[in-house]
Ligand binder design. Structure first.
Ligand code: HEM
Length: 524
């Protein structure tokens, strides 16, 4: 996902204290790193409704910068499900209705599948470095087969009283994506760091040049963002070339595990990709599958901690369907209640609340309105997911909306539905997420392992004697609201029973004995 994953990095103090105008600026570019704005356009219909504002900057004073998706939702209540807004010279078309998103982004995909140009990331659109590939093939079964051992490792770590579950989720997702890309968890730390750095540098909350895009024309010695980006690219190249070279050596001596790297070496002739393109594509797949999965996993843990009744429901389902073993990916048909909690947590606390902008390459007419060429089209997931038009009591976490036959969201067969694949959070049309199946499997196996092992609770703050609270309605200035310990929320994981804890220790011990892979993470 090219411009999708924006990092959890702690919001720098300077950002927190920015003047509201700057904060607004910061948020704007979550949506776009676009381009030419006053391009000539042929009018084909009446203008879209707009909140107006000053000619270049737009209505910046009205923007809730860190949570711009909330502003978009508020405007949608006033201006309708399709409106446009000019912010810092960029024209944004905001969609707040899934039907309109489908009609524009999917049905007109031919002219609205481009991406905005990133101000700081050189060659983001045309260098081939950030070209994501994802073969949907038998390899998936191999990756899926690694998920249960990784989930077991994860719950074992939680069991051993680790006090930073959010960081453990980060590590888990890094290990799984390293395996998927390069067949080993060894480069987890390096890939993860590189992913976070990449996301920071394309994130509006990360760099001023992403907001005030004209700063990119300054020479590097006058623009520290450019210097920082040059260093990032250098490190990224070293990480990806390092991983690639090791994978190639493993392939040549026959030890490379199923992975995108192995798939590439097996099919090298047919892919037509140069080594340079291939290694960047593989590296980019590793990058995009880390942060996108950290966010929904962390959010599921929080909502489940807040809703113990749903923990009980999932545990009951697991016990009845699997009779005392952990779930694997092929158990999905037996676990509709678990799937309902995962889907509902993604709806209730969208992990990509603003969506990822597309760029409109030609003027178009929609329902009598003129949609201007070169606008950035934003399907605001937050507005869609929290819409009372589509979801009864949209502000409430309620997985039964997918399980109750009387609910509009109910769908059969329950062996397949509810499912996250096709959810609005994965985007639209030709640019729709390529990792939906992978995400569904990873979330299912990990959430099942946690439910099987623990009761999750929220700790009590000794200072106030109240339970800690975190509103998932608020994000950071980053587009993917990843949580860290700094949020101050403390989750507790107590084993469902002492015998289950012992069983978990035994399973993990056995797994380590059988697994010949080196447990240590190597430094790349
Ligand atoms: C729950 C987890 C995930 C979410 C919420 C998510 C969300 C998204 C979104 C919103 C887009 C942009 C869609 C658009 O432009 O309309 C996207 C694109 C993409 N995603 Fe994901 N993603 C997730 C996981 C993954 C994973 C695990 C992978 C890789 C295995 C992946 C690979 C991609 C790729 C390659 C694209 C780019 C598609 C393109 O631009 O043509 N995603 N994703």
């Amino acid at each position: 996902m090219s411009s999708a994953q924006l990092t959890m990095l702690t919001v720098p103090v300077e950002v927190m204290t920015l003047h509201s105008l700057q904060l607004a600026t910061v948020a704007v570019v979550v949506l776009s790193f676009a381009a030419k704005l006053f391009s000539r356009s042929r009018k084909v219909g009446k203008p879209l409704p707009t909140p107006g504002g000053s000619p270049w900057a737009g209505p910046v004073w009205a923007v809730e910068a860190a949570n711009i998706y909330k502003t978009f939702k508020t405007w949608s209540e006033k201006f309708g499900s399709l409106y446009e807004v000019k912010l810092f010279g960029q024209n944004l078309i905001i969609i707040s209705d899934p039907q309109i998103a489908k009609e524009i982004l999917a049905q007109k995909a031919k002219i609205v599948s481009d991406r905005p140009t990133l101000a700081l990331i050189k060659g983001s659109k045309d260098s081939g470095k950030y070209l994501p590939i994802l073969g949907h093939n038998d390899q998936h079964n191999n990756y899926h087969g690694r998920m249960l051992p990784e989930a077991t490792r994860f719950v074992h770590q939680l069991l051993e009283k680790h006090d930073d579950p959010f960081m453990l989720v980060d590590q888990l997702c890094g290990r799984l994506s390293s395996r998927m890309a390069f067949g080993t968890p060894a480069p987890r730390a390096a890939i993860s760091r590189s992913a976070h750095n990449f996301m920071q540098n394309l994130s509006p909350g990360g760099q001023t040049t992403n907001v005030l895009t004209f700063l990119r024309h300054l020479p590097t010695f006058l623009n520290s963002d450019k210097h920082n980006e040059a260093m990032r690219v250098d490190i990224e190249d070293r990480v990806w070339y390092g991983c690639y070279d090791k994978a190639k050596a493993a392939y040549e001596n026959g030890t490379l595990k199923p992975s995108y790297a192995k798939y590439y070496f097996d099919q090298r002739e047919k892919t037509g990709l140069t080594e340079h393109e291939a290694l960047h594509s593989i590296g980019m797949m590793a990058t995009v599958s880390i942060l996108t999965l950290i966010a929904p996993l962390q959010r599921w843990l929080v909502v489940m901690a807040e809703h113990p009744e749903w923990q009980v429901a999932v545990q009951k389902e697991l016990d009845e369907a699997l009779q005392g073993r952990m779930a694997d990916y092929f158990d999905s048909p037996k676990l509709p209640v678990l799937r309902a909690t995962i889907l509902e947590s993604m709806r209730y606390a969208s992990p990509v609340p603003t969506g990822i902008p597309h760029r409109l390459e030609a003027d178009m007419e929609y329902n009598g309105y003129h949609l201007r060429k070169n606008s950035n089209v934003v399907a605001c997931d937050w507005s869609m997911c929290r819409s009372n038009k589509y979801y009864k009591d949209a502000e409430t976490f309620n997985p039964s909306r997918y399980l109750d036959p009387a609910s509009p969201q109910y769908k059969e067969p329950l062996t397949e539905f509810p499912k996250i694949q096709g959810h609005t959070v994965f985007g639209w049309g030709r640019r729709v997420c390529a990792g939906m199946e992978y995400s569904a499997t990873q979330l299912l196996v990990v959430c099942a392992a946690v439910s099987y092992s623990f009761n999750i609770d929220i700790a009590t703050d000794p200072k106030t004697n109240q339970r800690y609270h975190l509103s998932l309605d608020d994000a950071t200035p980053h587009a993917i609201p990843v949580l860290s310990q700094e949020t101050g929320l403390k989750l507790l994981f107590s084993p469902q029973s002492e015998s289950r804890a012992e069983e978990l220790r035994d399973t993990y011990r056995l797994q380590r004995e059988q697994d010949k892979e080196k447990e240590e993470e190597e430094c790349y």
